[in-house]
Design a protein around this ligand. Structure first.
Ligand code: AMP
Length: 398
């Protein structure tokens, strides 16, 4: 019988869930419980054929949502009986967790202790873990950390040039996020290159609503663009990425912003949305720019320029490049962003194949570079599959 894992991704007001076949990554059931602790709480899910919506009582919490998910599973007898474990995506594992682990009280406590660094995520994930332990008491539960893949980054790359005691006493350093995605696409790229991952120098660009890029040398992460939080680095849908840190104090001292307002401005009102004042969605901006909208064009140009700068700097870091990889909603689907980016990197040996670039979308993975180029791939990511595989590994020592 198939070994299937219930993968849970608990956010502050939502729980994404999927049943994943650990052998092949297929998801026969997936959905989201949303608007938790607010009005119109509901669960939407698809069983592969049909889409369903179940309304929950208003302000339903994680416990109620997980019970509802449990009831949905009851309708799928074969799927439910093939579940062997629950895997939890945990955003922040700090320096403590260099790999996934079976959840016990000590692990749960450590995840909770890191709430200071991920206040929106880690408390919700502890609540999710506790509810899942109650709802699926017979199943082992495993935590898979977004940060773990980046624990190989050396100290000279992960430290900020701030007084060292801020790192020692408060853990202020670069951690990196989207680890499961960078892990997955780097391993897929090694397969496409027909090389051992330990012999691959790669640059992986995860471009979605959140964006991050990783430098991977001999199979190990040696740098990444997201930092102490997921705000640093590339231009994103609504996040600004790199800025001069003094802008923060200027906003507060000269313009009267509160800390919460600065936080909201940089995380929710900036990036593609902030520049264009139209949308955070790359599709909308591409179609607006085709109609001649200058701000949409500027936002896309800034997105590409920042990406080009990071690729250039990571080319210097990883050594001879085996492949550049695009993934995430934009990286997998936007032929335009890929083409614009690579056009600026011709002098560094990267050239696109126009036809392959146009064809490689909507879940297709493969080569998009021409024969004169270093390899460039678009690869559909599958973070849930990484979580499912790690869950089996750490639940059963497989
Ligand atoms: P993700 O966070 O990985 O789900 O990615 C979401 C983003 O992918 C959206 O904000 C869109 O901007 C982008 N996206 C999805 N499909 C396309 C597409 N066909 N062309 C351009 N961008 C896309």
């Amino acid at each position: 019988m198939n070994q299937r894992v219930l993968v849970l991704n608990c956010g502050s007001s939502s729980i994404k869930f999927a049943i994943i076949d650990a052998a092949n990554g297929e998801a026969p059931l997936q959905g989201i419980a949303e608007n938790l602790a607010a009005s119109h709480s509901q669960v939407r899910y698809t069983d592969g054929q049909n889409k369903h919506t179940i309304n929950l009582e208003d302000k339903a919490d994680h416990k109620h949502a997980l019970e509802a998910i449990g009831r949905i599973l009851m309708q799928f007898t074969e799927l439910r009986s093939s579940l062997v474990a629950v895997g939890h995506r945990v955003v922040h594992g700090g320096e403590k967790f260099t790999h996934s682990c079976l959840i016990d009280d000590r692990v749960k406590q450590a995840i909770g202790d890191m709430a200071q660094m991920a206040p929106l995520h880690n408390p919700a994930q502890v609540a999710g873990i506790e509810s899942a332990q109650a709802a699926f008491a017979q199943l082992p539960q495993v935590a898979v950390f977004d940060t773990a893949f980046f624990q190989t980054i050396p100290q000279h790359a992960y430290l900020y040039a701030l007084p060292y005691n801020l790192y020692e006493h408060h853990g202020i350093r670069k951690y990196g996020f989207h680890g499961s995605s960078h892990y997955f696409v780097s391993r897929q790229a090694a397969k496409l290159l027909n090389k051992d991952i330990e012999h691959c120098n790669l640059i992986t660009a995860h471009l979605g609503n959140g964006c991050s890029i990783a430098a991977i040398k001999q199979g190990k992460a040696v740098d990444t663009s997201m930092g102490f939080t997921p705000l640093e680095g590339l231009v994103m849908g609504t996040r600004c990425g790199d800025i001069d840190p003094s802008i923060t104090t200027f906003l507060m001292e000269q313009l009267g912003y509160s800390a919460a307002q600065v936080n909201a401005l940089m995380n929710k009102q900036s990036g593609l949305q902030g520049i264009s004042q139209i949308s955070n969605d790359c599709r909308t901006l591409e179609s607006e720019q085709e109609k001649g909208n200058e701000r949409a064009k500027l936002a896309l140009d800034m997105f590409v320029y920042r990406l080009v700068k990071y690729i250039g700097s990571y080319l210097a870091v990883v050594g001879p490049l085996d492949a550049l990889i695009f993934t995430g909603g934009i990286g997998e689907n936007s032929s335009y962003i890929r083409q614009q980016t690579i056009a600026q990197l011709a002098h560094l040996g990267l050239h696109i194949d126009d036809k392959a670039n146009k064809d490689m979308r909507f879940g297709r993975s493969g080569l998009i570079s021409n024969e004169d180029s270093k390899s460039i791939f678009a690869i559909a990511t599958n973070e849930e599959w990484v979580i499912a595989q790690d869950t089996i590994k750490y639940a059963f020592n497989a």
